[in-house]
Design a protein around this ligand. Structure first.
Ligand code: NZQ
Ligand code: ZN
Length: 391
């Protein structure tokens, strides 16, 4: 196991009706003038936004609001939010929604207290300072409620990049599984796929002797395989929603990823799909992950076969680990299909003629050096081949 530092100071509040505590929690973490940031309207329709405002009113807090975050959140709204926060002297950003809203909130929180262009953080600069952020999560998926990360789409070129830094860890996150019961089956399945991808990105490691985190990842994946389909079939299943919501946080706050190298090539390859075709990130991952694994498994057949045996229930064959690994990849693809996810580029609206452009932006865009580095090093040609595997 490698050396590591792990600091995850988010205060989690989990369960029914806990959004009523939003006002007192903002106060507890030093907020007095709040920006409430939200998406395209689901929190308005569900009545959640009104409940949150009531809670802030009861706590005697000043607030202003900015809605309109789109899935795959855009740079334009971030600039708007930064201007608003400066004008209103905002000292706390409260995200009410999914990963896109939380990520947009994080970008606004960092940009408000930074003299330069907030995009610097999405070009590699570490986020060391930001306004405190609180989240009220409405979809179990991205894990941004516990992560030090944010992903934004640059509208000047339509490409997606991530930023990271401890200042991006939320001060508090309210997780009420009931809020996720209004999610339609497709969006639920996208979330399940993203959570499983966050686990697999960590499983694909080159670090030896990481039994504890291997076993944690396997346990969370098994829980998702058990609980995920229940929520897709019955959106009102509170217990399934609750199990998925906590798994989503655990999958991405990095407790399963410490002390080991991680992959993230699938996420980088997918980000170009959701940036160009504006598909859901989870749907893009359902297409990307099996294609990617089918291309790279030979880098460490035993590891991919181990995942197949321990998570997908494949029978081990020490004389033919390659067949075991390939069977596991097929089971992953079948699971995605069974919960209604796409598995081909065409289903995302993708076209074969776009592949050279996708691979170019992925490997060379915004300062990259022509390669992706992760489980294995991938050239632009490798990445183009992986996109071709999705056809
Ligand atoms: O915008 P509204 O109207 O709220 O509707 C949203 C949106 O259309 C809807 N929705 C959310 N909660 C709902 C609901 N509809 C009904 N009932 C509810 N309770 O769902 C749609 C998707 O929302 P979004 O926030 O985009 O979903 P998600 O949480 O999957 O976030 C995806 C974004 O997170 C990034 C992705 O790249 C993508 O941009 N990621 C962020 C990460 C991080 N910060 O750590 C890591 C991830 O790997 C990921 O890359
Ligand atoms: Zn993801």
């Amino acid at each position: 196991m490698d050396n590591f530092t792990f600091y995850s100071p988010t205060y989690f509040v989990f369960g029914k009706d806990e959004e009523k505590r939003a006002g007192s929690l903002v106060k507890r973490f030093g907020g007095s003038r709040v920006l409430i940031h939200y998406g395209g309207g689901s929190v308005v329709r569900s009545g959640l936004l009104d409940r949150v405002k009531k809670s802030l009113d009861e706590a005697g807090l000043y607030y202003t609001e900015l809605g309109g975050v789109k899935p795959n959140p855009r740079s334009g709204l971030v600039y708007e939010g930064i201007d608003l926060c400066r004008k209103e002297k905002i000292d706390f950003v409260l995200a009410v929604g999914g990963g896109s809203t939380i990520d947009s909130s994080k970008a606004i929180a960092a940009g408000t207290v930074y003299d330069g262009d907030f995009w610097d953080f999405y070009s590699g600069k570490l986020v060391e300072k930001a306004l405190p952020i609180g989240t009220i999560l409405t979809i179990a998926a991205a894990g941004s409620e516990g992560s030090p990360d944010s992903v934004i789409t640059n509208e000047n070129g339509m490409f997606k990049r991530g930023a990271t830094g401890e200042a991006y860890r939320p001060a508090f996150s309210i997780l009420n599984p009931e809020l996720t019961c209004t999610l339609p089956p497709y969006q639920t399945a996208c979330g399940i796929t993203d959570i499983m991808a966050h686990l697999m990105e960590r499983y694909l490691t080159n670090t030896k002797d990481v039994v504890t985190t291997d076993r944690m990842i396997e346990a969370l994946m098994l829980a998702m395989i058990e609980e995920g389909p229940k929520a897709v079939q019955n959106p009102q299943d509170y217990e399934a929603r609750a199990n998925i919501m906590w798994a989503g946080m655990m999958a991405h706050n990095n407790s399963c990823g410490v002390g080991r190298s991680q992959d993230w090539n699938s996420h980088n390859i997918e980000h170009e799909l959701s940036a160009l075709y504006d598909c859901a990130h989870g749907a893009g991952l359902a297409v990307t992950f099996p294609a990617y694994l089918g291309y790279v498994y030979k880098h460490d057949v035993d590891r991919v076969a181990q995942l197949a045996v321990r998570v997908w229930g494949c029978k081990d064959d020490p004389d033919n680990r390659e067949a075991v690994a390939l069977e596991g990849i097929e089971k992953l693809r079948a699971f995605s299909k069974s919960i209604g996810m796409p598995v081909t580029l065409g289903e995302l609206g993708g076209k074969e003629e776009d592949i050279p452009k996708l691979a170019d932006v992925c490997c060379n865009g915004d300062g990259r050096d022509g390669f992706l580095y992760g489980f294995d090093r991938l050239s632009e040609e490798d990445v183009a081949n992986i996109y071709r595997q999705m056809i």
